[in-house]
Design a protein around this ligand. Structure first.
Ligand SMILES: Nc1ncnc2c1ncn2[C@@H]1O[C@H](COP(=O)(O)OP(=O)(O)O)[C@@H](O)[C@H]1O
Ligand SMILES: [Mg+2]
Length: 299
């Protein structure tokens, strides 16, 4: 009798426990995976300033840049807008150490490049790549050898290592099957892709693009801009893209500056740029729209 009583008590206890577990599951379902905050491309690099311009001035026969101040964090892409002659290319050449400012300082990772010796500048240029407006592709070399060129220049002679690196770079610029082509077989956009692959071949830390979409077929401008964005992020490059192509800037840049009369007239992101009530910003945007509408006719 006593035994039966215990069995019933244990059974009821067991049922109660099961019931409790069920109720708990129903009302307090097991938490799903913790919700991570949205991954930010800059999480790894937050706050590390790679480039800083302090009161940079440059004149030729007239003042071109008058007191430029800016900071660029690691992994960020800065879009520099401005009408023709506003000093965009001059700014880029100053940053690459190809020109010296009349006044002010340009710090790359804390080191003032304006006081660097030629030897130090050569070292700097290994870490800072420059994609020139012309983006020259050697016509005596095929695409593979064009891309391998800076590797060989650096003294790498291990053919297997070069082949692997070129394969990687061809994929990075989406030219996997185009390694054997020569310059005259390439579209204007593909020539730029080769120039980009060559610029990133030696793993630079910073990359400077001067008018990357100029001279490129209008329908290719967008995909080329997207490619630049992808490459910058994939290779963790700090980058400056100088252009008068607003669309390109909007695709590639994390932050935009607009040059006017030798100064930074606007600084902000794409949304802020479009929302700006500043008459010059609005005129710049309106001007670009007009230019785009004109394109199909002139093309
Ligand atoms: N090496 C130079 N010698 C003299 N003037 C120059 C030189 N480089 C640029 N400039 C002048 O500086 C101004 C800005 O040029 P640039 O930076 O090329 O303009 P953009 O914004 O079109 O790239 C222009 O008036 C140009 O004529
Ligand atoms: Mg220019």
């Amino acid at each position: 009798m006593l035994f039966k009583f215990f069995v019933v008590v244990i059974f009821l206890g067991y049922l109660t426990l099961l019931g409790l577990i069920l109720v708990r599951q129903l009302f307090h379902p097991r938490k799903s995976e913790p919700v991570h905050k949205k991954y930010s491309e800059f999480d790894d690099f937050r706050g590390e300033v790679v480039l800083e311009l302090q009161d940079v001035e440059k004149s030729f026969d007239h003042p071109v840049l008058k007191g430029i101040n800016l900071k660029l964090s690691r992994g960020q892409t800065l879009g520099v807008l401005g009408k023709s002659g506003s000093g965009k290319s001059v700014a880029l050449k100053l940053i690459a150490g190809l020109l010296k400012p009349d006044r002010g300082h340009i710090l790359f990772k804390g080191k003032d490049i304006t006081t660097m010796s030629e030897r130090e500048l050569l070292e700097l240029r290994k870490r800072v790549s420059y994609v020139f407006q012309g983006g020259a592709v050697f016509d005596f070399l095929n695409v593979r050898e064009n891309i391998a060129y800076p590797l060989r220049e650096m003294g790498i002679s291990d053919e297997e290592r070069i082949r692997e690196r070129v394969d990687y770079l061809l994929t990075a610029v989406e030219m996997e099957n185009m390694g054997d082509l020569h310059k005259d077989e390439l579209s204007s956009g593909s020539k730029k892709q080769v120039a980009i692959a060559r610029a990133i071949a030696n793993n630079p830390e910073m990359i400077l693009y001067d008018e990357p979409t100029t001279g490129v077929d209008p329908i290719i401008k967008k995909s080329l801009s997207r490619l630049i964005r992808k490459v910058n992020k994939q290779e963790h490059l700090t980058s400056i893209v100088v252009t008068h192509d607003l669309k390109c800037t909007e695709i590639v840049a994390d932050r935009i500056i607009l040059l006017k009369d030798g100064g930074i007239h606007f600084e902000g992101n794409k949304e802020e740029f479009h929302a700006s009530s500043d008459p010059y910003v609005q005129a710049f945007i309106a001007g670009k729209r007009f230019e785009e509408e004109e394109q199909p006719l002139s093309a």
